[in-house]
Design a protein around this ligand. Structure first.
Ligand code: MLT
Length: 308
């Protein structure tokens, strides 16, 4: 099997792939270059950087599998791949903890103005009053989406003494009770949350799930976190809600277009940002690289992937 790895993949994963396949690692390909190269390969391994469009898929001649080292497959035209009988697989468990921990780090940074205070102090400003924050204790955390990452965030945030109110149409009352969480409809979660964090995939149903009308329902001074996918929260609506003071601050790791040039979320002091770092830990990168490699090798041997 000939494998093209077109985004940077942890070395352990590349080595694992090399144990059973012929592997080329060629990153930063332009869309045209990828279209030129893809006919030579049986498998394509990506992270979030490579956009596997219908044009790429249609240019493929022997491609059997697209492996995403990570969770979101919104950078793959799954419909076009399925039409050509190409398997699309991902590695759902490998970066859950890292993504949950990054969400919590962003939430803490947001509550205590850490990035702003850090950058002011580096510029010589000692201002303790300006950077007064808020506690988590006795506050309500609204969690939209209780999948792997949402569930890990929710259960960890209980230890701060927060009340967790979660919306997820696919989670049963029984499961929520086991996790010590209260389920509610989206409107209630938005209305009662002091902090709101989103953890859904980006689909046609979740795009702009939180928009101007949803911000109107929220408490004044709510704080918003998006470490899931750009576009679940409408970026212009969030920027406006922060500018108007309805939202006290936002922490954003993901953007509709990455890198986010000209994005309305950039440039406001009360919006803190990171460049899609949720899964960027040494541990998660090894986990997802090995998980994708093992599945590709299973297919090479005529077996089945675990997460297609
Ligand atoms: C994922 O979908 O796995 C995360 O957003 C991390 C990534 O895109 O690499």
């Amino acid at each position: 099997m000939k494998v093209l790895v077109s985004d940077s993949l942890a070395e352990d994963g590349v080595k694992r792939l090399q144990s059973g396949a012929d592997v080329d690692v060629i990153t930063n390909l332009s869309p045209e270059e990828l279209i030129q190269k893809i006919p030579d390969y049986d498998a394509l391994v990506i992270r979030s950087g490579t956009k596997v469009t219908a044009d790429v898929i249609n240019a493929a001649k022997r491609l059997k599998v697209i492996g995403r080292a990570g969770v979101g497959i919104d950078n793959v035209d799954v419909e076009a791949a399925t039409k050509k009988g190409i398997i699309v697989l991902n590695t759902p468990g490998g970066n859950t903890i890292s993504a949950a921990e990054h969400t919590i780090a962003m939430m803490l940074a947001l509550a205590r103005n850490i990035p702003q205070a850090n950058s002011a102090l580096h510029q010589g400003e000692w201002n303790r009053k300006k950077y007064t924050g808020v506690e988590f204790f006795n506050k309500t955390l609204g969690v939209v989406g209780l999948g792997r990452v949402g569930a890990e965030v929710a259960t960890r945030m209980k230890s701060f003494g927060m009340r967790i109110l979660a919306y997820d149409p696919f989670v049963t009352e029984e499961k929520a009770q086991q996790m010590g969480l209260t389920l509610a409809n989206l409107e209630t979660v938005l209305r009662e949350g002091d902090f709101i964090t989103v953890h859904t995939p980006l689909t046609n149903e979740t795009r702009n799930l939180i928009d101007d009308d949803e911000f109107k329902i929220m408490k004044d001074g709510v704080r918003i976190v998006n470490c899931a996918r750009g576009g679940i929260i409408n970026e212009a609506a969030l920027a406006k809600a922060v500018a108007e003071g309805k939202v006290a601050g936002a922490a954003v790791d993901v953007f509709t277009k990455e890198p986010p040039t000209g994005n309305p979320l950039l440039g406001q002091e009360r919006i803190i940002t990171t460049p899609h770092l949720g899964a960027s830990t040494a541990e998660a990168q090894v986990n997802v690289a090995l998980a994708v490699a093992d599945q590709i090798l299973a297919i090479a041997k005529g077996g089945l992937p675990t997460n297609a």
